[in-house]
Design a protein around this ligand. Structure first.
Ligand code: GTP
Ligand code: MG
Length: 205
């Protein structure tokens, strides 16, 4: 698909907010595939999910400056429907240590145990290198044959030199093939990501 009209066609359309759940046990259990957006606080998860739906702030459901604290489900009404799941960010500095730990455990539990999870999209600022939590998620996905992607966000903020340098680092980190530059602001990489998500939802577990 090419051209402006073609681009329009690939966004997720008619996406509806399903609900926000405080823990794994209360999430929908209807067997529909789940595509999870995880990563550090402020990495751009909610913005990316919204951009894929051709929306400015679909996923910013909380009024408190877009800080996601619950598991937020969005229903995508395609021929084979699925959920996009906006997860809370881990490592949010202004959060009490106890609350931080609780959120972290909830996120880990979901990524480790969910039967519905088909694709883990780890969103990280393209200007950053992999931190230990992020390495942990990558290792877990590799060991358990779980499809994953490192969405290198805010790509619009890098100049040509920084982009080239970033790609060299991804190669050194051993994740070049799993990395996709994206920008919610400038709509970079969205078509590719939508294709990957559709493919992932068709996979059997
Ligand atoms: N320049 C630029 N800024 C972005 C982009 N995507 C997100 N941002 C900014 O990054 C900040 C964080 O975005 P969010 O989408 O709320 O991040 P999040 O990962 O959902 O954050 P938490 O819910 O706290 O975990 C906001 O100020 C966004 O405007 C992008 O593609 N380019
Ligand atoms: Mg968020």
């Amino acid at each position: 698909v090419s051209g402006a009209a073609g681009k329009e066609f690939v966004y997720f359309r008619g996406v509806a907010y399903t609900g926000s759940y405080p823990d794994v046990a209360s999430c929908p259990e209807d067997g529909l595939p789940v595509i999870a957006f995880t990563g550090r606080s402020n990495s751009g998860k909610s913005s990316l999910l919204s951009a894929l739906c051709d929306h400015k702030n679909l996923a910013h459901t909380s009024k408190s400056a877009g800080k996601t604290k619950t598991l937020n489900y969005f229903y995508v009404p395609e021929e084979k429907p699925f959920y996009l799941l906006d997860m809370p960010g881990y490592g949010f500095a202004r959060m009490a240590p106890q609350e931080k730990g609780k959120l972290r455990r909830m996120i880990d539990r979901f990524l480790l145990e969910s039967d519905a999870l088909r694709f883990t999209i780890l969103v990280l600022d393209a200007r950053r290198t992999l931190a230990s939590e992020e390495r942990g998620i990558v290792e877990f996905c590799r060991m358990n044959d779980r499809p994953f992607l490192l969405a290198r966000s805010k790509w619009d903020l890098l100049n040509q030199k920084e982009k080239a340098a970033a790609k060299r680092v991804w190669k050194e980190e051993g994740v070049l093939e799993h990395s996709l530059p994206v920008s919610s602001l400038k709509k970079i990489g969205l078509t590719e990501l939508i294709g990957m998500i559709r493919k992932a939802t068709e996979r059997k577990r």
